[in-house]
Write a protein that binds this ligand. Structure first.
Ligand SMILES: Cc1ncc(C[n+]2csc(CCOP(=O)(O)OP(=O)(O)O)c2C)c(N)n1
Ligand SMILES: [Mg+2]
Length: 400
């Protein structure tokens, strides 16, 4: 039975967000709460809101979708579950390491595992991914050793991995800039005639950046083989989604001339199905797609942030009921596709991974100071050589 009630008003109106001036009301045009901000307030039963592609409900029920269905074997579902659990474990270990002073900072993916594993597992080896700083789950799918991610946040590496080796670009902190790099890359492989697509990750906040909007234009007019994967986790640090857009983010695409689609970002099946289709369309010469993965950042923005200063605890509690891992577990259990032994095995593997990641992180060597000059350019560069020499002379001054 459907528990979705169209037109149901939000239980916690916009004006009640902490920190907003008294009397602030929802923006004009935001009367349809379901369309405007399908938050945790909106229950999703068997029938999701029509604009949101969902294949697995929070209760672990499989639902049909006329355009985006997917056939997954039991083995494939178990494998997705394993991915979800392991990346969450790496993430939790990283947060703990930061709290113990072993990392400078960490940007947690908590709550966004399905968006990242679903989209990451849709990629072929030949596809290229451009991440932000939070795509630890996609890095996992691209076989980047998690310790390399930790090295970056520990400050002992200036990049971490070879993008060409993993078809996974370096993390980008400058919001939205990777969207332009990705479109440039996509236009390159288009000219090479490659059987490949590009995917670029960014957040809801990044959609307000000029770089992202410029990249939409370039991708559209050149029909670039790219998927824009926006993880709408409802927050850009302390800035709520309402301050980024007056329309649902996926609808922005139509103004640029390409399709946009909203998917349940906590549903790994739906994220896989929708991304797989969008990537195939890109490879087939049909140009870009914007995917808005509707999800929630369950943790802080980074370990330097305290979300209790700007959002209410009930929002988090409501989203916990939509946990991306629990619904796959429920599905596996209900359909007898996995038994207790399987879940215990995965938990044990996760604990072993956490331990391994921790010990290897602590053993990471400090790089020599001169390493900052390595890999800045592909080849030699006269100015950089000069700066390196100056710096080495400066350092040598301390040894006298
Ligand atoms: C160009 C630029 N402006 C501002 C910042 C500071 N900043 C870092 S993260 C962030 C919010 C990004 O939010 P969103 O795009 O939603 O991604 P999320 O962190 O939620 O994954 C901002 C403003 C930055 N890194 N780069
Ligand atoms: Mg965000």
């Amino acid at each position: 039975m459907s528990t979705y009630a169209p037109g149901r008003p939000p239980q916690r109106p916009y004006a009640r967000r902490p920190g907003l001036p008294a009397g602030v009301t929802p923006p004009a045009g935001a009367r349809d709460a379901q369309e405007w901000h399908v938050t945790a307030d909106a229950p999703r039963g068997v029938h999701a809101p029509p604009e949101l592609v969902q294949l697995l409900t929070p209760e672990g029920e499989r639902v049909e979708h006329p355009d985006y269905d997917i056939e997954l074997t039991a083995e494939e579902v178990r494998s997705l579950y394993r991915d979800l659990v392991l990346v969450r474990r790496v993430d939790l270990e990283a947060v703990a390491l930061q709290r113990q002073g072993e990392l400078g900072i960490w940007a947690s993916l908590l709550g966004q595992e399905a968006a990242q594993i679903g989209s990451g597992r849709a990629l072929t080896d030949a596809d290229m991914a451009f991440p932000t700083y939070r795509e630890h789950g996609v890095a996992w799918c691209r076989d980047v050793d998690p310790v390399k991610l930790l090295g970056l946040f520990r400050g002992v590496s200036n990049g971490g991995w070879d993008p060409a080796e993993h078809n996974f670009h370096l993390y980008t902190i400058v919001i939205g800039s990777q969207a332009l790099h990705a479109v440039g890359y996509a236009m390159g492989i288009q000219r090479d005639g490659a059987e490949a697509a590009t995917i670029v990750y960014f957040g809801d906040g990044a959609t307000s950046q000029g770089d992202v909007n410029e990249s939409f234009i370039w991708a559209s007019v050149f029909n670039a083989p790219i998927v824009f994967f926006c993880q709408n986790n409802q927050w850009a640090i302390s800035e709520p989604l309402e301050k980024q857009s007056k329309i649902p983010l996926y609808k922005r695409a139509s103004g640029f001339g390409f399709p946009g689609i909203r998917v349940d970002g906590n549903d790994v099946f739906a994220c896989l199905a929708v991304t797989r289709r969008a990537l195939q369309n890109a490879r087939d010469g049909q140009g870009p797609t914007l995917i808005e993965a509707f999800t929630y950042r369950m943790g802080a923005h980074t370990t330097s942030d305290d979300p209790t200063r700007y959002r209410l605890a009930d929002e988090l509690e409501a989203w916990k009921l939509k946990d991306p891992i629990e619904r796959v577990k429920a599905y596996l259990f209900k359909n007898q596709l996995a038994d207790q032994e399987f879940f215990e095995k995965i938990d044990a593997e996760a604990d072993a991974l956490g331990k391994d990641v921790r010990s290897r992180c602590l053993a990471l060597p400090d790089p020599p100071p001169r390493a900052i000059f390595d890999h800045v350019y592909a080849g030699a560069h006269a100015l950089l050589d000069e700066e390196r020499e100056q710096y080495l002379t400066y350092l040598a001054g301390f040894e006298r």
